[in-house]
Design a protein around this ligand. Structure first.
Ligand code: GLN
Length: 261
């Protein structure tokens, strides 16, 4: 077809790194590609498979528990991670969720004290804390409110080479302390937001598509789509993140009263 514009989406570790339906991010990207009149081409690569990072437009990696992270970290810290890093420097778009976000950093220290090496693409380190940070979360990114769900033991600290994806409105984010969530470096977007994050946040999906289009075709105009369904889903998710925050506050208050009684 004349004028056909293709975008290659590479889904890395689709079986191992796929928590809370994170593969929905690939579904959202392919669906919105079609709705925008683009042709998505999806490829998958598991451990040991040939992965053509040089030809990819968007690389997606979902979250995983410590066990799965242990299985993929050596590859990411080795030759595969080096090639991924080269593609990143060349401007490829990457969306990395939770466990994958941690492994694009320098290392992740598990609750058992094991050091899992990372790809070192993002300037950040992660260490598991004594408890899990769980709940619905809302994050402000460039004037947009992203919604999602987080469940992680890891506390992530950014170095000067990475900037936060956004500021936490409700929830924990990178570490529950500094109000940051996720990290951005070049066209790499790392975040703790499951949900999956893209179906409920069409702004972010279109942002990734626009970056990929710009890089591949030098032109990134996208039509406005009818996102009423997504907006309704976002309203519910935002209400839940507000409720989770209120519940945490109430329970902290009860704990304090017990302490002082
Ligand atoms: N195992 C990691 C942690 O708990 C990542 C979990 C995840 O991807 N949800 O911090």
């Amino acid at each position: 077809m004349a004028g056909e514009r293709r975008l290659r989406i590479l889904h890395l570790y689709p079986e191992l790194m796929n928590l809370y339906g994170d593969r929905g991010n690939v579904l959202a990207l392919t669906a919105r590609c079609r709705w925008h009149g683009l042709t998505p081409v999806v490829e998958q690569a598991g451990p040991g498979d040939a992965a053509d990072f040089g030809n990819a437009d968007i690389i997606v990696i979902g979250g995983g528990q410590d066990r799965e992270q242990r299985l993929v970290c050596r590859e990411l810290a080795g030759d595969r991670g080096k090639r991924l890093g080269e593609a990143v420097e060349d401007g490829v778009c990457v969306l990395a969720i939770c466990g994958a976000y941690q492994l694009l950093g320098r290392h992740y220290v598990t609750a058992a004290g094991e050091v899992l090496p990372g790809a070192g693409i993002l300037d950040l380190v992660t260490e598991a804390g004594p408890d899990r940070l769980v709940g619905h979360v809302a994050v402000e990114v460039d004037g947009h409110l992203l919604t999602g769900f987080e469940n992680h033991a890891g506390r992530t600290t950014l170095g000067p080479g990475a900037r936060p994806l956004g500021r936490v409105r409700w929830g924990f984010g990178n570490n529950g302390r500094d109000g940051t969530e996720g990290a951005v470096y070049r066209n790499v977007w790392g975040t703790y937001l499951h949900g999956p994050v893209l179906p409920a946040n069409p702004w972010l999906t279109d942002r990734l598509l626009a970056l990929a289009l710009e890089r591949r075709y030098g032109e990134a105009a996208l039509e406005r789509l009818d996102d009423r369904l997504e907006a309704a889903a976002r309203r519910v998710a935002l209400r839940e993140s507000r409720r989770d925050a209120a519940r945490r506050m109430a329970s902290a208050w009860r704990g304090r009263k017990r302490w002082t009684a």
